[in-house]
Write a protein that binds this ligand. Structure first.
Ligand code: AMP
Length: 195
């Protein structure tokens, strides 16, 4: 699985959907999964996080469905804090291949959110709060999963969606290539393969 991280408006969802469409993976957005339940509208409008264990349960259920169907997932907005990252580290770290951080300057993010105009994007105070929460958490989440051997890459999230996608695809291809090489090495070094 691939985790996409970035502040609100960084293009995680756009990129996640593009990567899903092109590679046959399934895009799983925590924000969307939570929004679909219709139970957390007030919390989401305030820009604070929904309860960790509820979120983990909902996402674990969705991930199980994806894996059962034989596909791979792109996680968007999950994990979002230390508790969620620790749950991943303890339970499913070995299936997380890559974290991609999408970086966009804050003034550009505010401009994008104003254009998007979603209900929970309109309040400037709520936007700032979300930036603050996510920024605090991205670093800790990455440290926790880096300690489990998960690869982390940063990409520049400015420019057109197509330009950002090129950068995203390049890091995904890099990690998949490295994984293939590692598998090849293991098999060839097994001692039973003639070179
Ligand atoms: P997003 O669609 O990623 O901008 O998320 C919208 C809102 O959904 C956030 O402000 C939170 O209230 C909630 N949310 C999204 N992801 C999570 C998560 N992993 N854990 C808890 N709450 C979340």
């Amino acid at each position: 699985m691939i985790i996409l991280m970035g502040l609100a408006g960084s293009g995680k969802s756009t990129q996640g959907k593009m990567l899903a469409d092109e590679t046959g993976r399934v895009w799983l957005s925590a924000g969307q999964v939570l929004r679909e339940t219709g139970q957390f509208d007030e919390i989401m409008k305030q820009g604070v996080l929904v309860d960790d264990m509820l979120t983990v349960k909902l996402m674990a259920q969705k991930m199980a469905e994806v894996v059962r169907s034989g596909r791979d997932a792109i996680l968007d907005g999950f994990p979002r804090d230390v508790e969620q990252a620790e749950w991943i580290a303890e339970n499913i770290a070995s299936v997380i291949k890559l974290i991609v951080r999408i970086n966009v300057p804050k003034d550009e993010l505010v401009r994008r959110l104003e254009l998007r105009g979603r209900a929970d994007d309109l309040d400037r105070g709520a936007i700032e709060k979300r930036f603050q929460i996510v920024e605090q958490n991205i670093y800790s989440v990455c440290e926790i999963l880096k300690a489990k051997g998960v690869a982390i890459r940063d990409i520049d999230g400015t420019g057109t969606p197509e330009e950002v996608y090129e950068r995203l695809k390049a890091v995904v291809d890099e990690i998949e290539g490295a994984e293939r090489m590692e598998m090849t090495d293991i098999v060839e070094d097994s001692g039973a393969v003639e070179r």
